[in-house]
Design a protein around this ligand. Structure first.
Ligand code: ZN
Length: 227
């Protein structure tokens, strides 16, 4: 079984059958929803969707300590390597690459970009999501994004979709339902909500709106979904 653990906000860890540990959008220490500290986390790969602090804050310290390979857009990975990350693999949107654990493709995400800590602004970067295929399973982490027609291109390619529902900074519940209609995943896990009052949402109401379009797995921070 693969184990996907939600740590609150957009932060997730995914452990594959063979024990490879992937961390998506590491935001542990300052994440109000997360009980785990980054110093307790182990990682082989870190997949970071963009440079905003609520996705990137613990990326470099985690990469430095664990030696994990950072995967993301070219500019953001270059920044991590300049700041001491031991390993990185820069990509760009629409491109895929086969890693030892499986294939990662960067998907479009409609959002703004800056890199927390990049004081001269030279690493301003576009945002992305991730389509990860491993051991016959397909997981889509949307990153921070609006609803976009590009999601239609993912139709039939996703088993488990992690979709933001918080509104304000990303798509909200109604647009996330439309994303489900476009992508047709088997399972949806809502993310990027209830971290702060401005993105307060009721995941049960979202589940009801999704209805029979997909199974909705509501994970409390710290909970694990096995598949
Ligand atoms: Zn965010």
């Amino acid at each position: 079984m693969a184990r996907l653990t939600y740590h609150g906000h957009a932060t997730c860890t995914l452990e594959t059958d063979d024990g490879t540990r992937l961390v998506f959008d590491p935001f542990f220490d300052e994440n109000p929803s997360c009980a785990v500290k980054s110093a307790e986390v182990e990682a082989d790969y870190i997949l970071v969707s963009h440079g905003h602090g609520d996705h990137f804050a613990d990326c470099i310290p985690l990469a430095v300590r664990t030696g994990a390979t950072v995967i993301g857009t070219f500019e953001l990975v270059s920044y991590c390597l300049e700041k001491g990350a031991k390993s990185g693999h820069g990509m760009n949107i629409g491109g895929g690459y086969r890693f030892p654990f499986g294939r990662v493709k960067l998907t479009p995400a409609l959002h703004t970009g800056s890199v927390a800590g990049d004081t001269d602004g030279t690493h301003t970067t576009d945002c992305c999501g991730f389509l990860v295929e491993f051991e016959g399973r397909r997981v889509y982490h949307a990153g921070d994004t609006a609803l976009t027609m590009d999601m239609l291109l993912l139709k039939g390619q996703v088993d488990v979709a992690l979709l933001p529902i918080g509104d304000n900074y990303t798509m909200g519940p109604d647009d996330a339902v439309r994303a489900v209609e476009m992508i047709e995943p088997k399972v949806v896990i809502p993310i990027h909500y209830n971290t702060w009052p401005v993105i307060s949402q009721d995941p049960q109401a979202f589940k009801a709106k999704v209805g029979n379009r997909a199974a909705v797995e509501i994970l409390a921070p710290g909970a694990t979904y096995e598949f």
